[in-house]
Design a protein around this ligand. Structure first.
Ligand SMILES: Cc1cc2nc3c(=O)[nH]c(=O)nc-3n(C[C@H](O)[C@H](O)[C@H](O)COP(=O)(O)OP(=O)(O)OC[C@H]3O[C@@H](n4cnc5c(N)ncnc54)[C@H](O)[C@@H]3O)c2cc1C
Length: 398
């Protein structure tokens, strides 16, 4: 048995666990990250790619934004496409100059791993049978097995950053949390393609065949999505069939979608989920461990970052002044921002997707909403303000 002691044990090396570990390091708070997958697996997981200013600022504060500064693509707007027409929403003009940055989640994870490697802060990969104990008597411990040897990490606090399918949420007592769940009758089929983006900013398209999105990861890599049935099988979708639907759903006069080799494709189910409160005694949940949003609002990664910014500051306060106020307020502070993002993500989802069970009346409401957003400055401003992301204090103050 190998036993060690730290201040904060972090379960999971996704964006939330890695960023929390890095921010704590900057505050001089020792921490250990325990991850059940390999580093290579974590680095190659293709997921989000739109960063709010708050997320970008946190990565800068964490000292891991050099490559992001060089390679990230700043976008001041998005396009909405419906009825064969393309409309521009100038988010920067509508929000006093605020923008988003396109930079892949896998690149953020690589940057955070490299920074941790450089400092030598402890991180365990491929930990088996990870479990939590001692939460009830405030002597928290994370147990795992590595190479046949049992390990225990004793800590003051545990941060459950282990995603939607992790073990931390279930370590809270039965019935302690209230769970909110909404499932949607559609999923996204996403592809990565080795072709320069056919657009300067993201295109969100609503079409009777279903939603489509043209995003990107770099000047030579496009990320594209189409709405599919959640029970559909990726085997049913040849590359040619996917491109055909992308052409149809995003069509507008005078614009051409360029095709390229598809390097990755998968189907992403869609749900909204929140588990409250996000703290039980010495156990704190952050990121997807506590909440999931459908990706139309580009909020998942940004919410994960916002949680750990709040948590890192609360822990820094606890260790520097002894005050537990920040820790006590952690869940409520995060949840105000989370529910705002939940609403925005749900709203974007229902405005842009084709619901197979929607009646003709509902379809007219959807069209009216799209037309309103594209013709009213007030409506566009609301979309823009939420899309670029609210400042943390703006969302948390009553
Ligand atoms: C396929 C996919 C596509 C997505 N696309 C988008 C998008 O386009 N836009 C957007 O905004 N959001 C998107 N998201 C959401 C976004 O990626 C997440 O919100 C973000 O990854 C949350 O980060 P996290 O660190 O909280 O959780 P995760 O990234 O899930 O990280 C959790 C980590 O914990 C580890 N772990 C799990 N269980 C254990 C255990 N028992 N012990 C130890 N470690 C464990 C996991 O291996 C993982 O490394 C997508 C999500 C998925 C799944």
């Amino acid at each position: 048995m190998n036993v060690e002691r730290t201040k904060v044990a972090i379960v999971g090396a996704g964006p939330s666990g890695l960023l929390l570990g890095r921010l704590l390091e900057r505050h001089g708070i020792e921490n250990v990250i325990i991850e059940n997958r390999s580093r290579e697996y974590c680095e190659s997981r293709i997921r989000a790619g739109i960063l709010e200013q708050v997320t970008r600022d946190a990565l800068t504060e964490a000292g891991v934004a050099d490559r992001l500064e060089r390679e990230g693509m700043v976008h001041g707007g998005i396009y909405l496409n419906f009825n064969g027409q393309r409309h521009h929403i100038p988010m920067d003009e509508l929000t006093g100059g605020r923008c988003v940055t396109v930079y892949g989640q896998s690149e953020i994870v690589k940057d955070l791993f490299a920074a941790r490697e450089a400092t030598g802060a402890p991180i365990v990969f491929e930990a088996e049978d990870v479990s939590l104990d001692g939460i009830d008597n405030d002597e928290p411990v994370v147990r795992y097995r590595l190479g046949g040897v049992e390990h225990e990490v004793h800590a003051d606090y545990i941060a459950g950053c282990d995603g939607f399918h992790g073990i931390s949420r279930d370590a809270m007592p039965d019935g302690y949390q209230q769970l909110y769940l909404r499932e949607y009758p559609f999923a996204w089929l996403g592809i990565m393609a080795s072709v320069a983006p056919s657009t300067d900013e993201l295109i969100y398209a609503q079409h009777p065949n279903g939603f489509a999105l043209h995003s990107m990861r770099s000047a030579s890599v496009s990320r594209l999505y189409i709405q599919v049935d959640p029970n559909d099988d990726i085997a049913n979708w040849s590359d040619a069939r996917i491109w055909e639907q992308l052409h149809i759903r995003m069509a507008t006069d005078g614009w051409t979608l360029h095709e390229g080799p598809v390097t990755e494709k998968s189907i992403l189910p869609m749900r909204s989920f929140v588990a409250t409160p996000m703290r039980y005694r010495s156990l704190f949940l952050a990121g997807d461990a506590a909440h999931i949003v459908p990706p139309a609002g580009a909020k998942g990664l940004n919410l994960a970052a916002a949680d750990v910014i709040v948590l890192a500051h609360a822990l820094a306060d606890r260790y520097s002044s002894g005050s537990e106020t920040g820790l006590d307020e952690y869940s409520d502070r995060c949840l105000r921002r989370i529910w705002r993002a939940q609403h925005f993500s749900w709203w974007m989802t229902q405005m842009l997707h084709t619901n197979p069970s929607e009646d003709a009346y509902g379809q007219q409401l959807q069209r009216s909403q799209l037309e309103y957003v594209c013709s009213s400055t007030a409506a566009a401003k609301s979309l823009a303000e939420n899309y670029v992301g609210l400042a943390i204090e703006q969302a948390v103050s009553a």
